[in-house]
Write a protein that binds this ligand. Structure first.
Ligand code: 5AD
Ligand code: SF4
Length: 432
């Protein structure tokens, strides 16, 4: 989401003749995009502002903060740092040029935490995209779920779905521009519920999201991925849509958060372990092997060692292709902030390591099974590990590195897997 917001900000600023610099050392304006899901997010941005100030002692740039910290802290940020000139909330990104204009006109500090303007829709400029081959398409903003630990409903507001017609137009444009893959993104993509049916009238489906998937698949773009899915809204028709359309990729990110019903209840997730397992079974019944990834929070208030053991058991059962593990981090204003953060620091660290160890073991087995297989890889860049290697993703969203050259960039090639690592595969391309 933050990457998509940066693309949006860049599009707007370039349209108003700003030049985007890649270094704060030379910029006249430094804009910080922020995330507040975990840890001391406000603290982090203030530290970074301090660093930029130190670097630029002779000529001070204008400083702005956007994103979730901006939305949550608002006016407070001006008190916390006298160097901040403007604060832009999560739905005010499109007004950036006007906000900066006000600062330049000498109107003092400017704050905009407002909602998006009615009917506001923005075409992301190709040059502003983070990749020339993979395009992010937001389909739903905000969240209504209010999981007890989570700041997102406060930082990003209520769920708001874009019209399917707009989404389809975005995807078709990306396809015409030569993009090979799109990611439909949102806090909970499968809670997608637009106000009107515009754009997917001709497509069937048990839920608006599965209709959208079929409509997007019909654009013919080569690969479509979507993230993040919410278990309670994970209708089996999503898997049927994946079965029907090969360009709907075989990867589902479905955060479970805990393997204990007691903890899930305290987290207010709205499902039980058995419901989650049913979703997993649905993905396992698909024609293709669907890669499944998840998020888990360890050390939620009152998580006992037996609750944690249930999480370990769930991870054994589900055999996730990938897992993001987070230590519980108390977020002010969330319901769980009222609970005692009673799992000690050391205990959290040890649970984290134990779960990580288990996941590595599971993953080693899964990744090993790919050795000898030929996978379709979208070549996205040069590998960070070796300049001789190229890197890309499979349809099941695994990273694959292989010996290649930059002429392959942007193409989908067949790679035979020769080696498996913990978080990636290594192989050789079959053409050469
Ligand atoms: N503490 C720890 N992890 C959190 N997440 C969200 N809020 C918190 C929190 N307060 C994790 C969840 C979510 C992911 C994006 O971040 O696992 O799925
Ligand atoms: Fe946060 Fe829960 Fe919404 Fe995910 S579903 S963004 S965890 S409140």
């Amino acid at each position: 989401m933050n990457v998509a917001d940066t693309e949006r900000a860049t599009t707007r600023l370039r349209a108003h003749d700003y030049i985007v610099s890649d270094s704060p050392a030379a910029a006249d304006i430094v804009l910080f995009n922020t995330c507040s899901v975990r840890e001391r997010a406000a603290h982090k941005v203030l530290t970074r502002i301090g660093e930029v100030r130190k670097q630029r002692r002779d000529q001070t740039p204008l400083i702005g903060v956007m994103g979730c910290v901006a939305q949550l802290e608002g006016e407070l940020l001006f008190e916390q740092s006298p160097h901040i000139n403007f604060v832009v909330g999560t739905r005010a990104t499109d007004r950036l040029p006007a906000i900066i204009e006000k600062v330049l006109e000498g109107q003092g500090k400017v704050l905009d935490l407002g909602e998006r303007a009615e009917g506001e829709s923005l075409q992301i400029a190709t040059h502003a995209r983070h990749s020339a081959y993979v395009g992010f398409v937001p389909i739903i903003e905000g969240c209504n779920k209010f999981c007890s630990y989570c700041i997102v409903p406060f930082s990003r507001g209520r769920e708001k779905s874009r019209l399917a017609s707009e989404i389809i137009a975005d995807v078709s444009r990306l396809r015409d521009q030569g993009f090979r893959e799109v990611h439909l993104i949102g806090q909970n993509v499968n809670s997608y519920r637009p106000a009107l049916n515009d754009g997917f009238e001709l497509f069937k489906g048990a839920t608006p999201f599965s209709r959208l998937l079929r409509a997007v698949a019909a654009t013919g773009i080569e690969r479509i991925k979507f993230t993040t899915s919410f278990p309670r809204d994970f209708h089996e028709d999503i898997v049927s849509a994946l079965d029907e359309h090969e360009n709907l990729c075989n990867w589902v990110h479905l955060p479970v958060q805990s393997g204990s019903d007691k903890v899930l209840r305290a987290m207010r997730r709205g499902y039980k372990v058995s419901d989650y397992l049913r979703c997993v079974e649905n993905t396992r019944r698909a024609h293709r092997r669907i890669s499944l990834t998840s998020d888990i929070i360890i050390g939620f208030p009152s998580e006992s060692s037996s609750d944690f053991k249930e999480t370990l058991k769930l991870v054994q059962t589900c055999r996730f292709d990938g897992l993001y593990i987070f230590k519980y981090s108390e977020r002010p204003r969330t319901p769980s902030a009222k609970l005692l953060d009673d799992v000690g620091k050391e205990e959290k660290a040890s649970r984290f390591l134990e779960l990580e160890r288990l996941q590595r073991e599971v993953q080693r087995g899964i990744y090993l099974d790919y050795v000898g297989e030929t996978l379709k890889v979208l070549v996205e860049g040069v590998s960070t590990k070796s300049l001789k290697d190229m890197t890309g993703h499979t349809t099941c969203h695994k990273v694959v590195n292989f010996a290649g050259n930059s002429q392959m960039l942007g193409s989908v090639i067949d790679v035979q897997v020769t080696e498996s690592k913990i978080n990636s595969l290594y192989g050789k391309d079959l053409v050469r």
